[in-house]
Design a protein around this ligand. Structure first.
Ligand code: ARG
Ligand code: GLU
Length: 695
């Protein structure tokens, strides 16, 4: 008894310091955290954050096009998110004549706001625990497959019912804690979302991929949109007659600023984390998967950079592609380093040892760890083959183009827009060089047992990856819009060498690799479900949060600097002084607009200068536990006022998707005052500022 008491005391002591920072909590259950949040400075109630009875802050937040978060900042549906979240919309309106990516864009009136086909935002109507309903009809004696089919059919019923509740409703049932709990999420989707403003990339992407994932940071990573609705404020397809959406709630903006130690809260849609992995899976990430994927992307980036540096048109064409290739490339480097530096694998092993002792007399749990070991050992070579397929085969542009044409043919879809889109942003020498480099790596690193016969036959016939790629580029009809169009119309699409390569490699991957992975993963799912329950019983004093799964979450913490290495300490905020220090017309990533230099020289900052800093604040870091998808998320202060827009993490802390460490994991936010400064002083769009509620 006594021993038990001391043990739990120890656990409490060990876990409490992390509790204030680690975790992505479900808004509907935030009541469970509110005391801790208030002890850390938060002044609002759980109902202020999430309520179904009254307007709450969740009503001002949207899932932005599925991959980012955005928030409403005026009673006229004005929305702010990151520049990189609006990037493809901004790019799609850009050309050499109107280069909004380069020069920025500011709509001076509602008529100038630009519609975006395919762009949507979703407001969360409500979420609810539906575990009992989802598992109705299930009993322990059933197989996992039977359970799956019950979960699927019950979920479908719940989803259909929810969708019928309102106009343009969308719903989903999401599993939490590996299927120990299920929640229903109901959203209302608006799809007339127009571009209102974007700074030039030299501000919105200042520092580019050089500074990406890094601190100190000076990126003005924001863009503005507006949600439109029909006359009844309901969602509607784009129409000239639509009017600005009247939100239930919008954020009040604080111009007071923040300082080290202040409470911060991030409210958004983190995509995916894996905090409860078995040790071997963590080791696979840091020692095998990430190093290989990083190498493959380095080769692609090198090919892109070579031609982007030579030609402005190519730079525009590849800017979005290049940013997305480089983004994970850099993140994986930090993640791998962080896992190793934190001894994450060794820590997991030590925890598993303790767990095994505790579980020794519990039949429900005592075979789990051995089963994990066995499955991961068998799974690993398949995961490796899948990683190579994804990063060295499928990604070749001509190959993914071939694949989308074949899909269009099967579904009898018009290929013209696909072809047009592809060639708008295609530069053959990049694809050609990168294809050779990637296929050579595939050839070298993927074991023979995991290569299709098709591959072996052809590599034998051509003699080398380069000769094979040469053959494809000399003989494929997919390399010009005209020949692609006529090939599509003919009966011989599938016979084209690029199509053949695409479909044969895809077939092998899906039939021989993914099918096996799927099988192992469903066994793992079952083990993790039990392991999750086991961990909860074993650490009964710890509050567990579910892994991120693109559902709305709350992460709270404090503004804090950090020490990335011995002898180095990073302050938690940056200012315009740092932009001027980095400014360099010779370096693309650091070449700011002349207008910003002029404003700096005149020190005419308007009201956006911070007294504490004596300068214009730009970015800040905090201990909020965030992930990909949290981009664009509102960052609020203790009173619930908007102080920043989340856009990144420090690269030394990107292992937080697997293991969080409050000493080093930091999210990076744009200080809202910098956005206001840019809109006002650089964009001259003070009418937008007038729309906002600023305290
Ligand atoms: N690292 C951030 C995220 O994961 C920002 C990415 C966009 N910026 C860039 N320089 N590529 O989305
Ligand atoms: N930039 C990321 C995004 O687009 C957020 C950074 C992160 O992964 O935390 O969601």
């Amino acid at each position: 008894m006594m021993k038990r008491f001391f043990y739990s005391l120890l656990l409490t002591l060990v876990t409490i310091p992390a509790i204030a920072d680690e975790g992505m909590w479900l808004p509907v259950l935030i009541q469970q955290r509110i005391v801790d949040m208030q002890e850390n400075g938060f002044k609002l109630t759980a109902e202020d954050l999430y309520s179904v009875n009254q307007a709450s802050l969740k009503d001002a937040i949207v899932h932005f096009n599925g991959g980012c978060t955005g928030e409403i900042i005026s009673d006229q549906g004005l929305l702010i998110t990151n520049h990189h979240c609006g990037y493809s919309a901004i790019q799609s309106h850009s050309s050499l004549e109107h280069d909004y990516l380069k020069d920025g864009f500011w709509a001076m009136s509602l008529d100038e706001e630009l519609p975006n086909k395919g762009l949507w935002v979703a407001f969360l109507v409500r979420m609810e625990d539906v575990t009992d309903k989802v598992l109705a009809g299930y009993n322990e004696s059933m197989t996992e497959a039977q359970r799956d089919s019950i979960v699927k059919s019950n979920s479908a019923t719940l989803i259909n019912k929810a969708k019928a509740e309102g106009k343009s409703y969308k719903a989903s049932v999401e599993s939490m804690y590996y299927g120990n709990q299920y929640f229903l999420f109901i959203y209302q989707v608006y799809n007339d979302v127009r571009l209102v403003g974007a700074p030039p990339s030299s501000i919105g992407k200042f520092g580019g991929d050089t500074d990406n994932w890094m601190w100190p940071r000076h990126t003005g990573d924001f863009s503005l949109f507006r949600v439109y609705a029909d006359k009844n404020n309901d969602p509607a397809e784009y129409s000239k007659d639509n009017v600005p959406y009247k939100p239930k709630r919008h954020f009040t903006i604080s111009s007071k600023g923040v300082k080290e130690g202040d409470f911060t809260l991030v409210y958004g849609f983190p995509g995916r984390t894996q905090e409860y992995l078995y040790s071997d899976a963590v080791k696979y990430i840091s020692d095998i998967s990430n190093p290989h994927k990083i190498n493959l992307r380095t080769l692609r980036l090198d090919a892109q950079k070579k031609y982007m540096d030579q030609d402005r048109k190519v730079r525009i064409q590849y800017s979005s592609k290049n940013a997305s290739v480089s983004n994970s490339w850099k993140k994986w480097q930090g993640e791998m380093g962080g896992i190793i530096k934190l001894d994450a694998y060794e820590k997991k092993v030590a925890f598993e040892k303790e767990f095994a002792q505790w579980a020794a007399d519990k039949p429900e749990y005592n075979t789990l760890l051995d089963s994990f070991k066995e499955i991961y050992t068998a799974l690993e070579p398949y995961s490796f083959a899948r990683d190579y397929y994804n990063e060295s085969i499928r990604v070749n542009e001509i190959i993914s183009f071939a694949s989308s044409l074949m899909t269009a043919k099967k579904r009898e879809i018009d290929a013209a827009p696909i072809i047009e889109n592809f060639f708008k942003n295609y530069y053959q020498p990049i694809d050609y060089e990168s294809f050779i480099a990637l296929l050579s790596e595939y050839d070298k690193n993927v074991p023979a047992d995991f290569k299709p016969q098709y591959y072996k036959d052809n590599i034998a016939k051509f003699g080398s990856p380069k000769a094979w790629v040469d053959y494809i580029f000399e003989n494929s009809a997919l390399l010009t819009p005209e020949s692609a169009q006529s090939l599509f119309a003919s009966d011989s699409l599938e016979a084209d060498p690029a199509c053949q390569f695409s479909s044969e490699m895809a077939k092998y991957n899906s039939q021989e690799v993914l099918s096996v992975i799927r099988d192992y993963e469903s066994q793992l799912q079952l083990l993790y479900r039990a392991y999750m329950r086991g961990q909860m019983e074993f650490c009964e004093d710890k509050v567990f949060y579910p892994d991120a799964n693109s559902t709305l979450r709350i992460a709270y913490g404090k503004i804090r600097g950090y020490s990335p290495a011995d002898g180095v300490y990073y302050k938690p905020s940056s200012t315009i002084e740092g932009i001027m220090q980095k400014d360099n017309p010779e370096i693309f990533d650091y070449d700011i607009p002349q207008a910003l230099r002029d404003i700096y020289a005149s020190k005419d900052y308007g009201k956006w200068v911070s007294d504490a800093e004596g300068s214009v604040p730009v970015c800040f870091i905090a201990t909020n536990h965030t992930s990909g998808g949290n981009s664009g998320s509102p960052v609020i202060d203790a009173e619930g006022r908007l102080i920043g827009i989340n856009f990144d993490r420090v690269w030394e802390g990107t292992m937080s998707d697997v293991i969080y460490d409050a000493d080093i994991c930091r999210n990076i936010s744009l200080d809202i005052r910098y956005a206001l400064f840019i809109i006002d002083r650089l964009g001259g769009a003070s009418h937008l500022i007038d729309e906002m509620t600023i305290e």
